[in-house]
Design a protein around this ligand. Sequence first.
Ligand SMILES: O=C(O)[C@@H](CO)OP(=O)(O)O
Length: 247
Amino acid sequence: MTATLILLRHGESTWNALNLFTGWVDVPLSEKGTAEAARGGQLMAEAGVLPDVVHTSLQRRAITTANLALDAADRGWIPVRRSWRLNERHYGDLQGKDKKETLQTYGEEQFMLWRRSYDVPPPPISDTNTYSQAGDPRYADLGDAAPKTECLKDVVTRLVPYLQADIFDDLRAGRTVLVAAHGNSLRAVVKTLDGISDEAIAKVNIPTGIPLRYDLDADMRPVTAGGQYLDPAAAAAAITAVANQGR
Ligand SMILES: O=C(O)[C@@H](CO)OP(=O)(O)O
């Protein structure tokens, strides 16, 4: 028996289009991202992978993407579960900064350490920064546990309990699960599912709006390592573009 998990990174956001570090800043989809989200739903419908339940982060670019994709697949009626644990990695003091300017100011090595190293977080954001989430009601319950910066390792630490309890529970119950989330929170999911090393995960990038299908065995191990994109050619091109951001 296998269970099907579909990972969907939100469509292009307005800040993806502007090449700004985003993290927990709650930006909307761009026009292109809106179209990508609907296309993601069409791809699911064409492939006959229809979610029974959807999990999203608390951020509008993932929530809107899930709504548009599910509507396109005529699955807008399925139950919804949301958690901050699926949020994008908190980008600390880099939130709102231009990726190209950051690369020019700090150099390639520091830029890539912040973007893709496993355990080097950017400097923390101050509560008075315009792009801080201090005071955002959706994170009020987190109190002091709300992050002010995160590296990918921190994302793995906060995400894995949710993956192993809530998401695996739905899969074990025989439900096809859609997870609509973010570039780095989905890298944390993929790292965990595929057992990717701390070093090798630096080279893994997730494109916007293209569903990534994993069939998982009873132990929640992928039948095919890396899963399968529902549009492999589009995914390959988009993955290269994500890797080269800032250049
Ligand atoms: O800015 C961000 O929040 C993320 C995802 O868009 O960017 P990066 O790919 O540089 O980690």
